[in-house]
Design a protein around this ligand. Structure first.
Ligand code: NAD
Ligand code: TYD
Length: 350
């Protein structure tokens, strides 16, 4: 039985990757290592927790002694590394947590893998999950390719860029069998409501203002989270290490246009009059260093590994809204307590 370590499995994307791997590969044992920060939630994995090929381990990747012992105990055959601090706005107020988890934590995992694998790599894999934000910001045209130079602007993207460089350095210096993917913005069930789509769904539900940064003209390329998990599966099982793949939805939206679609879908689902939710749109001070546009060219992944997104955006957004409305208890649980303070701190001063 292959032992696969998935880090950050209690988070948004990680929980979808865990579910896919546990269900699809009964001959793998999946170990979910997660610190359970505010963004990690074991409720995301309720349907998986009793499965015989799944084990949850609570722990912090910043702790090198812990990560080293963990690898010695379980002798993992592969690693899919998603654990990270992931929210740009939080990185602006508290960069150091991002440096510690995203950079130091990644190096701890690389060292632990290197120490147990020695030079017997066989079909071992260290898969680092990263973001398109490392490439910086595009103008009105053009795409990010795998060889686009890195140009990060936020502490979040700079910490992810740094970890990507270190992962590549461990490949080039120690031959560690690494793979990296850089994905565009994800949306879907289980996303913590500090990111645009779940935050706005929650605010519309409570008739609260929808804080649009700047003029709402920034563009993001949105991918349904299950399609990201499917891409991770295909890439993890690809033949060649040392490779990078871009993952994206070819689905660019100006924030304000996406928000209007979301408002329309919410009005319909909540039985409100057309135009009700749009009235909640409130323009607020722009995010510092706000990247104008992200857009991914994923043709390498599509051509070499045969992946493509399975959902059209309209279908994905309906599914997403349906999930949050059917799981209001989940939303209420994660938005109580510390979240209230975060919200006041973040939006109270805008
Ligand atoms: P998330 O914030 O929802 O989840 C992160 C998880 O990591 C949480 O469960 C958290 O508890 C855990 N974690 C944080 N610090 C840890 C530590 N020190 N030790 C152990 N566990 C820790 O993030 P997400 O949106 O699911 O993103 C997952 C990965 O995918 C990240 O690496 C992110 O950079 C990348 N990514 C995200 C997106 C996106 O749109 N969300 C897009 C591209 C890439
Ligand atoms: P976000 O979901 O934080 O993802 P990222 O910054 O990683 O792209 O934000 C998506 C876009 O929405 C981004 O351009 C910032 C904008 N945004 C707002 O306008 N208001 C908000 O309250 C949030 C959280 C984001």
């Amino acid at each position: 039985m292959k032992k696969i370590l998935i880090t950050g499995g209690a988070g948004f994307i990680g929980s979808h990757v865990i579910r896919l791997f546990v269900d699809k590969y009964p001959d793998y044992h999946i170990y979910n290592l997660d610190k359970l920060t505010y963004a990690g939630n074991l409720e995301n994995l309720k349907d998986v927790e009793e499965k015989p090929n799944y084990t949850f381990i609570k722990g912090d990747i910043i702790d090198d002694n812990f990560t080293q012992k963990l690898f010695e105990k379980y002798l993992f055959d592969g690693v899919i590394h998603l654990a990270a601090e992931s929210h740009v706005d939080r990185s602006i107020t508290n960069p150091m947590e991002f440096i510690m988890t995203n950079i130091v934590g990644t190096v701890n995992l690389l060292n632990a893998a290197r120490n147990i694998w020695k030079n017997n790599f066989g079909d071992k894999r260290f898969y680092h999950v990263s973001t398109d934000e490392v490439y910086g910001s595009l103008g009105e045209t053009g795409y990010f390719f795998e060889d686009t130079p890195y140009d990060p602007h936020s502490p979040y993207s700079a910490s992810k860029a740094s970890s990507d460089h270190l992962v590549r350095a461990y490949h080039d210096t120690y031959n560690l069998p690494v793979i990296i993917s850089n994905c565009s913005n994800n949306y879907g069930p289980n996303q913590f409501p500090e990111k645009l789509i779940p935050l706005f769904i929650n605010n519309i539900r409570h008739n609260k203002p929808l804080p649009v940064y700047g003029k709402g003209e920034n563009v993001r390329d949105w991918l349904y989270v299950v399609d990201h998990a499917r891409a991770i599966d295909v890439i993890y099982h690809s033949d060649k290490t040392g490779e990078t793949y871009n993952i994206g939805g070819h689905n660019e939206w100006k924030n304000i246009d996406l928000i209007k679609v979301l408002c329309r879908v919410m009005d319909k689902k909540l039985g409100r009059d057309k135009g009700t939710s749009e009235k909640l749109i409130t323009y607020v001070t722009d995010r510092a260093g706000h990247d104008l546009r992200y857009a991914i060219d994923s043709s390498k992944l599509q051509k070499k590994l045969g992946w493509k997104p399975s959902l059209q955006f309209e279908e994905g957004i309906e599914k997403t809204v349906d999930w949050y409305l059917a799981n209001q208890e989940w939303l209420d649980n994660v938005t109580s307590g510390n979240y209230q303070k975060y919200y006041e701190d973040m939006y109270g001063r805008r």
